[in-house]
Ligand binder design. Structure first.
Ligand code: GLV
Length: 309
């Protein structure tokens, strides 16, 4: 019985150490190490190389090391008949909320504009916007969307959200399903995408959707690059229907050097780092699931295969 960690960044050792620091009795291996692949019963993965999950004949669970699991379903060789778990963590949600709050406040107060002007030594006051006047619309009211909605309400924003099924969140107007999407969009001045990436949501941030937002709306995508049709965003920014966009996620990461987003004055970019699983907070839930797996008990934070999240 052992855990294998499969990821392509430089954080494997950090995760291995963090797991062992909490429970030194478990066996944990980095994918690249020598071990008997028959011993592996849990794969803790983040953007694993395609095909790598086929090598463990006794694998019993695939654990995503993040909130998202889209990368698992994208690997057509992945044994997705096995239970798949994901991270649900209040710190991950709080970090996301703080990131989006920072972006919205920077937008209302023209912080980006002033930075550009500063380098050109331009002294030019720009009318700022007020929180109380602003309607924020959140696409996706899961754990992350709900945490953001609650924080925005605390700050005094008017908040509405759209999801598959109606949600009950204090002071947040909830819109449900395709039938209510247009109504939701028509009053959304800042649109935040926090949807899971599934067949239904792929490309949802497209021209048709953007046209239903009021002129001058601002778009924030902190979910997945696959939600956005890049050229549609550029067109809507260039024709001034949208006033700007903040992106943390891209179709291909790192974003290729020749992509027009890099040099677009209305696109604000961050390198998919709005919110990342922190070993300190997340290791206990991974170990708890590992314990449950050994005891054949129901796992925490199971992904629904039919929903894809
Ligand atoms: C980050 O993108 C995550 O899914 O946790």
């Amino acid at each position: 019985m052992a855990i294998v960690i499969i990821r392509q960044d430089n954080k494997t050792q950090e995760w291995k150490n963090a797991l062992l620091a909490v429970d030194s009795s478990i066996e944990v291996y980095a994918y690249e190490e020598d071990y008997d692949s028959n011993d592996i019963d849990m794969a803790l993965i983040w953007k694993h190389p395609e095909g790598s999950l086929t090598q463990f004949p006794n694998l019993k669970c695939i654990a995503s090391n993040g909130a998202g699991v889209d990368f698992i379903f994208e690997d057509k060789t992945a044994p997705i008949h096995l239970p798949i778990t994901r991270i649900v963590d209040s710190y991950l949600a709080a970090d996301m909320s703080e990131h989006v709050l920072a972006l919205i406040l920077a937008y209302l107060k023209n912080i980006e504009h002033y930075k550009v002007d500063q380098f050109k030594k331009i002294w030019k006051p720009i009318q700022y916007k007020r929180i109380a006047d602003f309607n924020i619309g959140i696409l996706g009211l899961g754990t992350l969307g709900q945490a953001l909605a609650n924080d925005l309400v605390k700050f005094g924003f008017k908040v509405q959200g759209w999801s598959n099924s109606r949600k009950k969140i204090d002071n947040v107007e909830s819109f449900e399903g395709q039938a209510e999407l247009s109504k939701f969009l028509s009053t959304t001045e800042v649109l935040v995408c926090l949807l899971p990436l599934t067949d239904e949501t792929y490309g949802i941030l497209n021209k048709k959707l953007f046209k239903q937002l009021p002129k001058g709306a601002y778009v924030i995508n902190v979910a997945r690059g696959g939600h956005l049709v890049d050229n549609d965003l550029i067109e809507m920014l260039d024709n001034e229907h949208l006033s700007g966009a903040s992106l943390d996620v891209y179709h291909k990461e790192p974003l290729v050097k020749h992509h027009p987003f890099w040099e677009h004055s209305k696109v604000h970019m961050t390198p998919h780092y709005a919110s990342v699983s922190d070993t300190k907070f997340v290791v206990p839930q991974i170990l708890e699931n590992y314990r449950r797996l050994q005891k054949n008990e129901p796992l925490l934070n199971l992904v629904s295969k039919s929903k894809g999240y």
